[in-house]
Design a protein around this ligand. Sequence first.
Ligand code: IPE
Ligand code: IPE
Ligand code: MG
Length: 239
Amino acid sequence: MLDPGRIPSHIAIIMDGNGRWAEARSLPRAAGHRAGVEAARRTLRACREFGVRVLSLFAFSTENWRRPADEVQALMELLADAVRDEAAELIQGGVQLRVSGDLTTLDAEARHDVGQVVELTRSNRDFILNVAYNYGGRAEIVSAVQRVAAEAAEGRLPSKEITEELLGRHLYTAGLPDPDLLIRTGGEHRVSNFLLWQIAYTELYFTNIFWPDFDREHLMEAIGDYQQRRRRFGGVEGT
Ligand code: IPE
Ligand code: IPE
Ligand code: MG
């Protein structure tokens, strides 16, 4: 049973293990990615049921360009297709869709369609789905610093005013709380360049489950584990 008073507001997930899930079934890797979209749907639904407010999903990293061209292509198409398929449900379900990352590499039609759902859901407040696509944590910080530096160079920004809060406002996650819980499926114990700035005090949870197998019970287990943690933020408990 989960404690309804200690539900993480923001869960971030590194959805890993699609390829191995497919290989174990003698299926092409793309079949694993397709099954991964189903897991993302289930997880969004379960997050809403449990009272989570923000879900960040890592869908494609700036390093995933190293993969074979056909796999990169399949992942591109999946993102746009998933957004198109889910559009009505997101719009009517009060979900705000945000995309973190550089979408300029998507083809024009996909970019238009994804951008349209982002626009149409902008004022939704019930839940925020933040999809990290062509996203890298270091690239995000560099681009924030570039914008801050441009303002400083124009003389509009004294260096004293460059604070953590200001830099945070230049990240894709501006306005979102930092993740309380980061889940990585697929058995690796690393963060692979995801939300580097934002996870400074996030609780980390690793599971061997391959992402396409991840379901409501696994999410409940992860949140249950989170609820046992004592978050001190550098302080001393009980003070
Ligand atoms: C995660 O699954 C999905 C993406 C990185 C896009 P992988 O494709 O990395 O699956 P494994 O790690 O090879 O099993
Ligand atoms: C992390 O998975 C990126 C996404 C889930 C999108 P990877 O499979 O790319 O990570 P590494 O290469 O094992 O670190
Ligand atoms: Mg992987």
